[in-house]
Write a protein that binds this ligand. Structure first.
Ligand code: NDP
Ligand code: 2IT
Length: 448
């Protein structure tokens, strides 16, 4: 049996109750076949694939906190430190009721390859909790964050493991976590990224994932002899990534006609008003119904199972920016039938494997999240650099570094695909380019 198949079987058997993790590993290992086949004897002997699919360590802990009624609530906390071959563990913290070990492991696994693609010295990790921030008071959010950090602080540090934001974790939560880390460890260091600007945060980190997604998309569009101007874009989600993807797409002359949240979506034929969206989502933390109430051209639709939501419209570019497996084969068929020209993932693994293959089979250029959303973590690494040198760079400086990194990633994944005879397969290109650097480091560092 081929080495890839052997390891895939082992991963499936060992992690049978972790569908998202198995999905992420299946996608990566399948696309690494040309590289693994070319080095099979060496990789097998060194157990490269077994090691790269097994986290260095998985930490799970109780998070007790006191709610506003004086009752104790208990959540489960996670930190999966996946691979630190090329730098300290780096990756966000997800706060969402759906969080479990499978989700944190898939995210940590993806982060290893993504972080490698940034060209910056960061390893891969991810954390989170099944805590639901929705409807909680600021006081309850703070209590939760303090309790979460009380345990997490034992395992992280500026040179060990540097968490950041993800779904449900933004500047407010990072602030509370940073405050607690400082109290417990008595260290003022860059242990978290996405911090507020007055205490070590980097300009442009808030915008970085969405902007980075568009810088990469713009480069892909250009390299296909096309331009962003006039393109109609469907975006899902209405959180950090979706908001700044919308903003940059419109700055580049495209029109974004959709956004969504977990209960419904907006179709706005005039183009999404980003300032209004920010007011609704970042300031009021309200539902999208408030956007529709404030803008005449916007229609709000309640989400029902089996509907195509934002993927049913005639658009040139689709940018899923909400959550995993939100774009399935039926959505992909609809997008292709409506003439979609490019797809790039702002979220982590939003497209199912079947849908990804459908885009590829229909020659729709498709860039997966490991490459397309790497701008967030890349800018986090730039925040770490600024913290280390105790300086802060201007918005323009960070933004131009981010753009350079994203354009560089597009060409790195394009070149890697070409090198292995898979021109245009950016999924394989990203996995191969990310993998090669990590594996070289693993081999050089011996059995560990
Ligand atoms: P936010 O919490 O800011 O926003 C998440 C958005 O997705 C919200 O609109 C939310 O709706 C929606 N959403 C979340 N879960 C679900 C669900 N189960 N079903 C439907 N909609 C859902 O998160 P981010 O914007 O930061 O993250 C979005 C994606 O991008 C995630 O996949 C994340 O891992 C990825 N990512 C984030 C980076 C970052 O820097 N923040 C970097 C790279 C990737 P609602 O408001 O109703 O909850
Ligand atoms: O998925 C991701 O890359 C993130 N949530 C950002 C991680 C980070 O460390 O900035």
């Amino acid at each position: 049996m081929a080495y890839v198949d052997e390891v895939l079987e082992k991963v499936k058997a060992k992690n049978a109750d972790q569908p998202e993790f198995i999905q992420a590993v299946t996608e990566v290992l399948n696309s690494l076949r040309p590289v693994v086949d070319a080095n099979e004897a060496q990789y097998r002997k060194l157990a490269i694939l077994e090691r790269i699919t097994e986290p260095d360590r998985q930490i799970m802990f109780r998070v007790p906190w006191l709610d506003d009624n004086g009752n104790v609530q208990v959540n489960r906390g996670f930190r999966v430190q996946f691979n630190n071959s090329i730098g300290p563990y780096k990756g966000g913290i997800r706060l969402h009721p759906s969080v479990n070990l499978s989700i944190i492991k898939f995210l940590g696994f993806e982060q290893v390859f993504k972080n490698s693609l940034t060209t910056l010295p960061i390893g891969g990790g991810k954390g989170g909790s099944d805590f639901d921030p929705k409807g909680k008071s600021d006081n309850e959010i703070m209590k939760f964050c303090q309790s979460f950090m009380t345990e997490l602080s034992k395992y992280i540090g500026a040179d060990t493991d540097v968490p950041a934001g993800d779904i449900g974790t933004g500047a407010r939560e990072i602030g509370f976590m940073f405050g607690q880390y400082k109290r417990i460890r008595d260290l003022y260091e860059g242990v978290l990224t996405g911090k507020g600007l007055t205490y070590g945060g980097s300009l442009a980190r808030t915008e970085a994932t969405g902007y980075g997604l568009l810088y990469l998309t713009e480069e892909m569009v250009k390299c296909h002899g096309d331009k962003m101007e006039g393109k109609v874009v469907a975006i899902s989600g209405s959180g950090n990534v979706a908001i700044y993807a919308t903003q940059k797409a419109q700055q580049l002359g495209a029109k974004v006609v959709t956004v969504s949240d977990s209960t419904g979506w907006i179709y706005d034929e005039e183009g999404i008003d980003v300032e209004l969206l920010k007011e609704v989502k970042e300031v009021k933390r309200a539902r999208l119904t408030e956007y529709a109430a404030a803008k005449k051209s916007a229609q709000y639709f309640e989400k029902k199972n089996g509907e195509h939501g934002v993927w049913q419209y005639k658009v040139d570019i689709a940018l899923p920016c909400a959550t995993q497996n939100e774009l399935d084969i039926e959505d992909a068929k609809m997008l292709v039938a409506n003439g979609v020209k490019y797809v790039a993932e702002g979220a982590n693994m939003p497209t199912t494997i079947e849908a990804t293959e459908y885009f590829q089979a229909n020659n729709v250029p498709f860039v997966g999240g490991k490459a397309a959303n790497a701008g967030g973590v890349a800018t986090s690494a730039l925040e770490m650099s600024q913290n280390s040198e105790r300086l802060s760079w201007s918005f323009e400086e960070v933004d131009s570094k981010l753009k350079g990194i994203m354009v560089g990633i597009y060409h790195a994944i394009d070149d890697a695909a070409k090198k292995y005879g898979m021109e245009g397969n950016y999924v394989a290109g990203a996995n191969i380019a990310g993998f090669e650097k990590v594996v070289n480091a693993m081999i050089a560092q011996g059995v560990c």
